[in-house]
Design a protein around this ligand. Structure first.
Ligand SMILES: [Zn+2]
Length: 248
């Protein structure tokens, strides 16, 4: 089961379960669901920025709408954005900015841990902050730019360490600790507030959704690719951070 302020409560049941069984599960877990929603509301508050601004590595950039503009351009602490719906152009800008911010950090981190990065990809997955493929390709979520800078640095170091140690063994964490002694603080920040970064970007801000919204998703479960395991989960739903090195 997952709880999302925008999409409501999603219950995954075995294929043959009835709607009534789903309702019973939701009723039994009511208090837990309420706690989850309250925690998510607090998370949103924690990462909120003043109206008319967007978060950027712990600071805020002021949006300056300009009629006729199609491409976002940064000027100091201002972002010149299209006057109409700025969101698509804004996301494209964040992706470019993510590459510019992350590339040098990833190069440095890879060199620092003694690994070799073969490629860098910027993604927009809802459930993953970063990944490392067996071939040494690193990928990162552009939404990391919405987090404080030390959190971004931690995720880059985390993935760079996977270039050397693919699993989450003791050896892996001691390597992370050597290069990012405060990693626990940043990992906790992501667990607590990470989901708010994903939600606040979705364009459906502050919309309260009925907790009764349910979906029987058991049928689609079989279609989930096995190779794609959750790494540094953005939704906070899966507890385990055991990831894989992705095969893509
Ligand atoms: Zn990992």
């Amino acid at each position: 089961m997952t709880v999302d302020p925008d999409r409501g409560v999603e219950v995954v049941l075995p294929r043959r379960s009835s709607e009534r069984q789903a309702e019973r599960v939701v009723a039994e877990l009511g208090p837990w669901i309420e706690r989850r929603l309250a925690a998510q509301a607090r998370a949103r508050e924690a990462v909120a920025v003043p109206p008319g601004t967007v978060p950027y590595l712990g600071g805020a950039l002021t949006l300056v709408p300009e009629p006729g503009r199609t491409r976002v351009h940064r000027r100091g602490d201002a972002l010149l954005v299209p006057a109409a719906d700025p969101r698509p152009a804004l996301e494209r800008w964040y992706r470019r900015a993510a590459r510019a911010e992350i590339a040098p950090r990833a190069e440095t981190a890879a060199r620092g841990v003694g690994g070799r990065m073969t490629a860098l990809t910027i993604r927009a997955q809802k459930t993953r902050w970063g990944s490392c493929s067996p071939s040494g390709a690193l990928s990162f979520n552009w939404r990391l730019l919405l987090a404080p800078e030390p959190v971004l640095d931690y995720v880059v170091i985390h993935e760079a360490c996977h270039l050397v140690v693919p699993d989450h063994s003791r050896r892996f964490w001691s390597l992370v600790e050597r290069h990012c002694p405060e990693w626990r603080v940043h990992a906790r920040w992501l667990r607590r507030y990470g989901s708010a970064l994903v939600c606040s970007e979705s364009g459906r801000q502050r919309r309260r959704t009925s907790t009764a919204a349910m979906k029987e998703a058991g049928r689609t479960a079989a279609a989930t690719p096995r190779a794609t395991r959750v790494e540094l989960s953005a939704q906070g739903a899966p507890k385990s951070t055991l990831d894989g090195r992705l095969s893509d």
